[in-house]
Design a protein. Sequence first.
Length: 262
Amino acid sequence: MGVWKWILGGLGWAFYGPIGVLIGLALGSLADGYKSSNDKEAPKASSGNGGSRQRFTTQNDISVALIVLTAAIMKADGKVLKSELNYVKKFLLDTFGEKKAADLVELLRDVLKKDIDLRGVCNQIRTNTKFDTRVNIIDFLFGVAYADGYCSPEEEMQLNRIARLLYVSEFYLNSIRARHAGSGYSRSSTSHTTYTKNPYTVLGIDKSATDEEVKKAYRKLAMKYHPDRVETMGEEIKKNAEKQFKEINEAYETIKNERGMA
């Protein structure tokens, strides 16, 4: 009931296409409850593409897109960990407050039970969002995957696939991975990976990079995470971007101090 009351408050492109079909299936029983209690038809998700190419992106649209992709990551290795669910719940609570976070968690629990057309979902997101938004979406998903301190090979493959489908390049993907997992790795007999973070991989470059290449990489990343660039993307994207922007700046300052760069 609460989820449909929230959803009816303003979904645009996310209510159509594969995402609309998915949340329509997940919340079918709630829609029936909404209809009976309000004596009106609950809107139905369309399986077509009509209306999906809207020129704006509402906060609700991004929220639902994040929930669907989060479910895809959590299901990648065949098990949903409590640590992952707690990470998402805390993020949603910090971002939206108790009421809306509870609605989104309820939506997540339902979507986790459904089959996800990942290619279709990613195509819909890519069509309706700016590149800056998609970079921040991938960043959030890495946080989900590493919530328990370890990203399984299946989760890594799913993250890489989503990044490709959203047209997020290897440069950004490497930087995001470094900020969440560290740089370089050694795999033990238990298949766990130990990472050691360093400022160069945070910026997506090698230690052999020239000073000018360091500055170029920093500027490129800073543009995607700068608070001014994500101001209209919704609270969930803004808060994630602020955190990553701080880490990118710290990495850059570390390199500058090491090299004595101006």
